[in-house]
Design a protein around this ligand. Sequence first.
Ligand SMILES: [Zn+2]
Length: 148
Amino acid sequence: MITLQRGRENKDVIVFKEDRVPGIKNVRPLVCNATNRKTLKKLFKQVTADTLAGQRIQLYIDHKVRDPQTGELTDGIRIRDRKPAEKKAEPIICEECGKQISAIGQYSADDIAKINMQRFGRKLCGECSKKLAEKPAEETSQEVTENA
Ligand SMILES: [Zn+2]
């Protein structure tokens, strides 16, 4: 149920996984109008929640959309009639153990590799960076004990 200029109506909306994207602070649901529904049908054959859940689409602004209220040209959000290219991330390999670096919590594999590059000068997985971070502390404490 959404509120439009002419009142509250039941409308199909497309809800996005992203909270924010470059250029848009708050991503809001998009009302699925006839034009966008047609594009979705072309892309995914069916326009049901089951078919569309988890799919990736690309939006753009069409500056020549006829406003049904006024008949004038206005901006409209449109769905691109081709699927966006899959962004395949290259696996990042840990320089210590040779395993693929995986994401941890909010950090992507790329983030972790970068952080460890700064900390240790090498691309390391979470496990190896943890081991390395603990190691110098032990050595230091041992030296202190030997000297004392
Ligand atoms: Zn490792």
